[in-house]
Write a protein that binds this ligand. Structure first.
Ligand code: FNR
Length: 365
């Protein structure tokens, strides 16, 4: 079907499911154990109601914002996701091309299927990337990766993922043959600058801690550091301590792929508003997980998020229609977000706040 006939993220998921190999589909779809967190991610947004204000001029509506000081055209960004080439040969560079045309920020996965140099090769001046790091148990390897990323001007910050020190139990992957055993890994070793090697992922280091690992990373990069996978108000508070010099946190349960029954980002946002509301002023709070509609984006922004990430939808976009498919997923979400804001009586993202949402009292939601 022509891409224009795909109207929402569900349409993209369905077409991607038809186009992907069974193994690739399983890798994108899978989540830990009973997928409770994965389904709660979407449900959590549905249980919040919007409070539209009427009789307000909404002729103009602008999605522009700043993420860690970088100007972007929309608050929606692409979350780091491994192995985009399973979806389409243009891979992460294809996602970058789509982000360039929409003015969106992209976070490149540590386990991308292309090198960071390849992915940012055609970046525009204004384009912003982050690069995500899993600390490897071979620490020297992470050190080489960071050194490479430090040299790329388009990459403006490092995202350190903390929620996957061990792999969640993903049964779809096990059932359909684990794609991870055969996918490619970018080599960051000297002498093989651009090479991509076919081998299993090396192990992640489960011994990382607040006290040791941040200091280690900060001596190896001057880029701002964002912590991904914060799931409680306690950890949000620790991250905000001045001496740690963390610039942002991403509330995320890894799309439900790590610890099942871990809370959706919306839940953590509510916890933070109750127990440590000052944290929102100390660092930037971004969220991801289950964002499938413009109304989801708006609700996250109302609750205090500055950036809203999408993980699976761009992969479905790639599988459904390559670069154009990714562009269309971003465009649909941007359009929906704009429509939602206008119907709420809001012209700019910084006007959204707690007064625009309430928790549903309807039992079915
Ligand atoms: C991910 N995610 C992820 N996160 C990360 O920090 N590093 C990574 O390499 C990956 N890889 C990855 C692969 C695939 C196939 C998926 C679906 C997800 C998690 C991702 O950044 C994000 O947290 C979730 O995907 C957000 O949830 P939704 O939008 O997929 O519901």
């Amino acid at each position: 079907p022509p891409l224009q006939s795909l109207l929402n993220m569900d349409d993209f998921e369905q077409l991607a499911t038809k186009k992907l190999s069974k193994k690739a589909w399983a890798y994108y779809y899978s989540a830990a154990d009973d997928k409770i967190s994965k389904s709660l991610n979407t449900q959590a947004f549905r249980s919040i109601l919007l409070r539209p204000r009427v009789f307000i001029d909404c002729t103009e509506c602008n999605l522009e914002t700043r993420l860690l000081g970088n100007q972007v055209s929309l608050p929606i960004y692409v979350s780091p996701a491994a192995q985009a080439r399973l979806g389409h040969s243009s891979g992460e560079a294809g996602i970058a091309e789509a982000c360039r045309s929409l003015g969106a920020l992209q976070i490149i996965s540590n386990s991308a299927s292309m090198t960071p140099e390849q992915i940012v090769a055609n970046a525009s001046r204004e384009q912003t990337f982050g690069w995500q790091l899993y600390i490897q148990d071979d620490r020297a390897k992470s050190e080489r990766m960071v050194a490479r990323v430090n040299k790329l001007n388009a990459i403006k910050f490092i995202v350190l993922t903390l929620d996957s020190t061990v792999m969640g139990k993903r049964e779809d992957d096990q059932r359909f043959g684990n794609v991870i055993d055969e996918i490619t890994e970018v080599s960051y070793s000297k002498g093989s600058k651009e090479s991509i090697e076919k081998k299993a992922f090396a192990g992640m280091d489960p011994s990382i801690t607040w006290t040791e690992t941040l200091a280690w990373l900060q001596t190896r990069t001057h880029l701002p550091i964002v912590l991904k996978g914060i799931q409680t108000h306690e950890d949000a508070y620790i991250a905000s301590l001045h001496r740690l010099q963390v610039k942002g946190i991403i509330l995320s349960n890894h799309g439900g792929r790590s610890l099942d029954t871990a809370p959706p980002a919306v839940h953590t946002l509510f916890e933070m508003r109750k127990y440590c509301p000052e944290v929102f002023d100390k660092l930037e709070v971004w969220v991801d997980g289950g964002v499938r509609r413009g109304t989801d984006v708006v609700k996250a922004l109302c609750l205090g998020a500055r950036g809203v990430g999408i993980g699976r939808p761009p992969l479905w976009g790639l599988a459904a229609g390559g670069v154009e498919g990714v562009k269309r997923t971003l465009q649909i979400l941007a359009d929906e977000t704009k429509t939602c804001m206008r119907l709420l009586g809001v012209q700019r993202v910084d006007q959204l706040g707690m007064h625009h949402v309430s928790k549903s009292r309807h039992s079915e939601l």
